[in-house]
Design a protein around this ligand. Structure first.
Ligand SMILES: [Zn+2]
Length: 239
C-alpha cells in the first residue's frame, strides 16, 4: 500500500478509537448515577416514613394529654356528685360524666389506632434500611469497579494518544490538512474501505477507473460521489 494512504488509514483508525473513549466513560458513569439515584429514592422513602411516625407520635401524645384532662374532670365530677342535691343537678352531672367517658373511650381507641400505625411503619423503616444497606454495598462495588475501569481507559487513552503523536510526526503536513478538511464533515468515516466496488462512506458504486486506482493502491483516491478517502482492505485484494 502507498505509504501516505497507509498512514491515513492508520490515522483514521486511531481517531475512531479516541472518539470511542467518550461514550465508554459516559456508559460507566451512568451505571454509578443509576445506583446513586436508587439510593436517594430509598433514603427519601425512609425519611417520609419517619415523618409519618413522628406525626403519629405527636397525635398520640395529644390524646394522652386529653385523657389526663378527662381523668381530672371525672374526679371532679365524682366529687361534685357527693354534694349535689336536686334531680336536675344529678342528671346534668350524669350527662357530663357520660360524655367524658365517651371521650375517654374515643381517645383510647385513637391511641390504639396510632400505635398500630407506628408499629407497622417501624417495620417498614427497618425493611427499607436493610434494602438501603444492600444498595449502598452495591454502589460501593460499582464505584470500585469504575475506578479500575477508568484507570484502564486512561492507560489505553495515553497509549492511543502517543501512537497518534508518533504517526502525525511522520506524516506530511499537506496530507494531514487534506485529511482534517474531510474529517470536519465526515468524522469517523473520513477514510473508508471499498467493498463490492462501492464506497463504504456513501455506499454508492464507484466507476471502473476509480476502482482500478483504488486497487492499485499507489495514490490517494477519493470517492467521486462524496469525496471521502478510499482504500481497499488488503485481505480483500488478495482474495
Ligand atoms: Zn463515497
Amino acid at each position: 500500500m502507498n505509504k501516505y494512504l497507509e498512514q491515513l488509514v492508520n490515522l483514521s483508525k486511531i481517531d475512531k478509537e479516541i472518539d470511542a473513549f467518550g461514550p465508554r466513560v459516559k456508559e460507566i458513569e451512568s451505571k454509578l448515577r443509576a445506583a446513586v439515584a436508587k439510593e436517594n429514592d430509598i433514603s427519601k422513602t425512609i425519611l417520609a416514613y419517619e415523618e409519618e411516625v413522628k406525626d403519629c407520635k405527636l397525635k398520640r401524645s395529644k390524646n394522652e394529654l386529653h385523657l389526663a384532662e378527662l381523668s381530672d374532670k371525672l374526679t371532679e365530677i365524682s366529687k361534685k356528685g357527693a354534694i349535689v342535691k336536686t334531680d336536675k343537678e344529678i342528671k346534668a352531672l350524669q350527662l357530663e360524666e357520660e360524655i367524658s367517658k365517651e371521650q375517654c373511650e374515643f381517645a383510647n381507641e385513637e391511641i390504639e389506632r396510632l400505635d398500630s400505625i407506628i408499629e407497622a411503619k417501624d417495620i417498614d423503616i427497618e425493611e427499607k434500611k436493610e434494602e438501603l444497606a444492600q444498595i449502598q454495598k452495591n454502589t460501593e462495588e460499582i464505584r470500585t469497579s469504575i475506578e479500575s475501569q477508568m484507570s484502564e481507559i486512561e492507560k489505553e487513552r495515553s497509549t492511543v494518544y502517543s501512537s497518534k503523536e508518533k504517526l502525525i510526526s511522520e506524516m506530511s503536513q499537506k496530507i494531514l490538512t487534506f485529511y482534517e478538511k474531510i474529517r470536519k464533515w465526515a468524522g469517523n468515516t473520513t477514510v473508508v474501505p471499498v467493498k463490492k466496488q462501492a464506497c463504504y462512506g456513501c455506499f454508492m458504486r464507484i466507476n471502473d477507473k476509480t476502482y482500478a486506482s483504488v486497487i492499485a493502491h499507489d495514490d490517494i483516491v477519493t470517492c467521486p460521489h462524496c469525496g471521502r478517502i478510499l482504500y481497499k482492505e488488503l485481505e480483500e485484494v488478495e482474495a
